[in-house]
Design a protein around this ligand. Structure first.
Ligand code: GA4
Length: 316
């Protein structure tokens, strides 16, 4: 068996993975808040353990995902546009990945394509149980973040993803192994997530890497019992640049299939994206102009995966 060690591509440096903060959500509250704020400022990324989502909820979601991806291609394609293979977005980005991209608000889950749910009658239930549970964790973390930043309304971030109109999505990414001779070992290329907060769970296969600066990559050790949390562009804006939206990518490996399940917590389309007043001071004036999530989403889809769209919304 060949073990997955991240391959440096071009002149990139791979740093050790043990620098990634791990936050025990059942730990002492003040300590948890401090660790989350520090990790979000320094890396925009951390892992959480003791998150409270049951193994059953996770395993059933994962099983439903594996069952779906095991179907013949002709059948999977019937679930398009929720299903996609290799094509990422609409502007020519390609990766060694196939995926299901599902709208994560309750009414949309009820409408998940018949192609998927006719074959697997439990699919909708599994998606809604997993999504509800992961949304709770996202809200808990966002409220701890707000408290740690001294924002009086600690629900200022979480209320956006709790809103019934929230534009959150759930993405299952399936990365089959690629042998070493394969020219491209990038599963999902370098990018930042546009939304507020991403919560990602993967099976025990490596592949995820985060970037500190261009060319400095840290592999994230897989831990199926932990959740990876990353700050998205909207949270960088809403913290007036205190938290950083981390760039990351997923590599394929040559020995085992990787599957990740990512929940992207997003605001409703018409929500205004603006930092709470306490985070805008004469010393730290607003770095960004006010815009809506619809404006940001439109810019996101007009650009390539690796583009840094947040710059377009900087204040002058
Ligand atoms: C990256 C994060 C999420 O997976 C996603 C992706 C979206 C897509 O696959 O449709 C995007 C990508 C992601 C950012 C730039 C645009 C949009 C593909 C792409 C080229 C669902 C999202 O919200 O943004």
């Amino acid at each position: 068996m060949v073990l997955a060690s991240p391959k440096p591509i071009r002149n990139e440096t791979i740093l050790p993975s043990d620098v990634i903060p791990i936050v025990d959500l059942k730990g002492e509250r003040c300590e948890v808040i401090k660790q989350i704020v520090k990790a979000s400022e320094e890396y925009g990324f951390f892992k959480v353990i003791n998150h409270g989502i049951s193994d059953e909820t996770i395993d059933k979601m994962e099983e439903a995902g594996f069952n779906f991806f095991a179907k013949p291609m002709s059948q999977k394609k019937q679930a398009s546009p929720a299903y996609g293979c290799k094509n990422i977005g609409f502007n020519g980005d390609i990766g060694e990945v196939e995926y299901l991209l599902l709208n994560a608000n309750t009414s949309s889950i009820a409408q998940i394509s018949k192609t998927i749910s006719n074959d697997d009658p439990n699919f909708r239930y599994r998606v809604s149980s997993y999504t509800e549970a992961v949304k709770e964790v996202a809200c808990e973390i966002l409220e701890l973040m707000a408290e740690g930043l001294g924002v009086p309304d600690t629900k200022v971030f979480s209320s956006l993803i709790k809103d019934i109109e929230s534009d959150s999505v759930l993405r299952l990414n399936h990365y089959p192994p690629k042998d070493k001779s394969h020219s491209n070992n990038v599963g999902f290329g370098e990018h930042s997530d546009p939304q507020i907060l991403t919560i990602l769970r993967s099976n025990d296969v490596s592949g995820l890497q985060i970037s500190l600066q261009h060319g400095l990559w840290i592999p994230v050790n897989p831990d199926p019992s932990a959740l990876c949390v990353n700050v998205g562009d909207v949270l960088e804006v809403m913290t007036n640049g205190r938290f950083v939206s981390v760039r990351h990518r997923a590599m394929t490996n040559s020995y085992k299939t990787r599957m990740s399940m990512a929940y992207f917590g997003a605001p409703p389309l018409n929500a205004s994206i603006v930092a709470p007043p306490v985070l805008v001071t004469p010393h730290r004036p607003s770095l960004f102009r006010t815009f809506t999530w619809a404006d940001y989403k439109k810019a996101t889809y007009s650009l390539r995966l690796g583009d840094t769209r947040i710059q377009l919304f900087r204040a002058n």
